[in-house]
Design a protein around this ligand. Structure first.
Ligand code: HMG
Length: 402
């Protein structure tokens, strides 16, 4: 059977963040609730000239370094915070990255699990056509109402994976366990910019979906809990992974699973927050890039959960030479070089609205990556490529429509 897996990865996070202790104090909460109770220290916040397209293009630019673009046959863009009801975010990225015209480009949605649906389709496609490669982009802005229980579990980020028959990082196992159930734990009607959530219920459904998808994975693969050396979970906040890992261990008769099975996978998320479709794969990048031990030959179990709900449990083997394939230190630099927002500045970004009347609008320049939303004209989004980190020390302003 053709070995299929992840050939390269790229990650992007916005250049601004909110410190969760600042947010807790502003909301009259004990900072320990956010830092210890939820396990989050910071959350990424995109400025008005970034969105899922620009974040996704930045991550994909990283993932495509050294990859033969002419062999990228398909671009699947997973998001639940897309910018258009019809045109796929993938098409904008296809243009920004100058991908070949034969590369099919489309968007996929099922909450945080859309990226995993893309990965499963990509593996099947590559197994059939081993000469082709698939680019998957997962990019999201997690957004709840201001002063709600969900607010400290916001965040933003993008992840890109090149899936091919020449994997250099992780070879995926063929067994997948899946679970689908119609539930209302988290949703966002078309007329709202913020997600609605039944928070405590969403945690219960997450754990039920973990149990059910694990059962199918274990039955199909014949593997036990001990057969995975490391675990990566969908990360709405890092304490969720701790709960999930204890839960999975318990249903498999293990009382105290070693913390190191998940610890390294949580590090980036603690600084970024939820990034919906990207979150599981940012956890995987965090594991591969920050683990103190050599992971070669270790099996990683991955659990993807998308509210509503659909879930999947699957696994992969870390390949020899993976450390040369990942970019150790690059994400940590990106995380350390962000600008801290005051709560007023964060709220100004949050409340900023693009015009909806078709007027011409030029977006104020903030700190971004290589791509930014330059503005709008006649209801069309205008993107541009630019030098990164311009105006590194520029003050943050609310942006007024012109
Ligand atoms: P809450 O009700 O404000 O918080 O909302 P809480 O009272 O449950 O407290 C949180 C934790 O902090 C608890 O720990 C408290 O004990 C602890 P636990 O009991 O669970 O172990 N705590 C403290 N610890 C130390 N010192 C203190 C202190 N006070 C309290 N002083 C909730 C929390 C997560 C529900 C809320 O933030 C929320 O609704 N978030 C959004 C929904 C969410 O993230 N759900 C997760 C599962 S669903 C999912 O992952 C899918 C998703 O990504 C969407 C998609 O698929 O597209 C969200």
């Amino acid at each position: 059977m053709t070995q299929v897996g992840i050939e390269s990865i790229g990650l992007y996070v916005p250049r601004y963040y909110v410190d969760l202790e600042d947010l807790a104090r502003a909301r009259g909460e004990d900072p320990r609730k956010y830092v210890a109770g939820l396990g989050q220290e910071r959350m990424g916040v995109p400025p008005p000239d970034e969105d899922v397209v620009t974040m996704g293009a930045n991550a994909a630019g990283e993932a495509l370094r050294g990859v033969d673009r002419s062999r990228i046959d398909t671009l699947m863009f997973a998001t639940e915070s897309g910018v258009d009801q019809s045109k796929a975010a993938a098409i904008y990225v296809h243009h920004l990255l100058d991908l070949p015209a034969h590369c099919k480009s489309f968007e996929i949605k099922q909450a945080c699990c859309g990226s995993t649906a893309a990965l499963q389709m990509a593996t099947a496609f590559v197994a059939q056509r081993p000469d082709r490669k698939v680019l998957i982009i997962a990019s999201d802005v997690a957004r709840y109402g201001l002063v709600t229980a969900g607010e400290p579990t916001q965040g933003a980020g993008a992840m890109a994976l090149v899936v091919s028959a020449q994997p250099r990082i992780v070879a995926l196992d063929p067994e997948w366990g899946s679970y689908t159930e119609d539930v209302m734990d988290f949703w966002r009607p078309n007329y709202l910019d913020e997600a609605l959530v039944d928070g405590k219920y969403s945690i219960k459904v997450y754990l039920k979906a973990l149990t059910e998808s694990w059962k199918q994975y274990a039955a199909e693969s014949g593997r036990t809990f001990a057969d995975q050396d490391r675990y990566c979970y969908h990360l709405p906040f890092t304490r969720m992974a701790e709960k999930a890992h204890r839960h999975l261990a318990k249903i498999n008769g293990v009382d105290h699973p070693p913390a190191e099975q998940i610890e390294a996978s949580l590090r980036y998320n603690r600084q970024i927050g939820n990034s919906y479709t990207a979150s599981l794969y940012i956890g995987l990048a965090s594991l591969l890039e920050t683990s103190e031990t050599d992971l070669t030959g270790q099996r990683v179990g991955l659990f993807s959960y998308g509210s509503g709900c659909m879930a999947a449990f699957f696994s992969g083997l870390v390949l020899p030479g993976y450390a040369q394939g990942v970019q150790r230190g690059r994400a940590e630099d990106m995380l350390h070089n962000r600008q801290r927002l005051t709560i007023d500045e964060y709220e100004a970004f949050y409340l900023h609205e693009l015009p909806e009347d078709g007027s011409r609008y030029v977006t104020e320049t903030h700190r971004t990556g290589r791509y930014r939303l330059a503005g709008l004209d006649a209801h069309k989004r205008l993107y541009e490529s630019c030098a990164p980190n311009r105006q590194a020390d520029a003050p943050v302003h609310a942006v007024a429509a012109t």
